[in-house]
Ligand binder design. Sequence first.
Ligand code: IPE
Ligand code: IPE
Ligand code: MG
Length: 232
Amino acid sequence: MANKIYKIPSHIAIIMDGNGRWATKRGLPRNYGHREGVKAIERTIDACLKYGIRYCTFFAFSTENWKRSKEEIDGIFELLREYLRQNNDSFFEKGVKISYLGVIDPFPEDLKKALLDTMDKTKDFNKLEVNFAINYGGRDDIVRAVNNLIQNGYTKITESDLLNALDTKNLPEPDFVIRTSGEMRISNFLLYQMAYSELYFPKVLWPDFNKKYLLKALKVYQNRNRRFGGIK
Ligand code: IPE
Ligand code: IPE
Ligand code: MG
């Protein structure tokens, strides 16, 4: 069947880019784009459940995004707070486990609390694991992991020691990385973990992303030939 999706990636990671451009194109402030972007997250979670994807990681705020205006940053935090508040029941109904990657220390106390509460309430769900990368940087992840290992007495490490010290220690490596908005760069996302990920850069701006675009992406993925350095 032409439309049948096989070879579903276990873990997809998404660099949600283009919110600002989406808003600017409409003459709206950038935070309107972030607000529409939250709706795209909701649609994507539903689509992941439909297609049987087990892990989905969303890049929501990078260690470099602190360079933006306070107004934009506060707006993003407010959206995250609202999103967690409004979706607690739906995570429960859908069997979605919520986690985060990155360092949440600098975030407002109530946001940290909302996030930790949601994580605690959803920790036993396993239909889909959703991770938000917030104040996340791939380089920072690696440096924190190495410092942890040093603190634990390591003087020499293996690749698996490092993998087990990264924020993603409980996740499989991403099979498929999607960055929307047509930008073709990684912007300090899961640097170590992406060694053999398939990459895909659709032009669609993140607020317009939906089930149809995810299906299109999955069709691209199923036609990729993952060789991992071997021969097929
Ligand atoms: C991505 O959209 C969301 C975050 C980085 C928080 P942008 O805000 O980067 O949107 P553009 O790239 O300016 O269009
Ligand atoms: C990457 O997008 C970070 C997130 C999507 C959270 P950016 O818009 O910050 O990346 P650059 O600045 O274009 O590389
Ligand atoms: Mg951007």
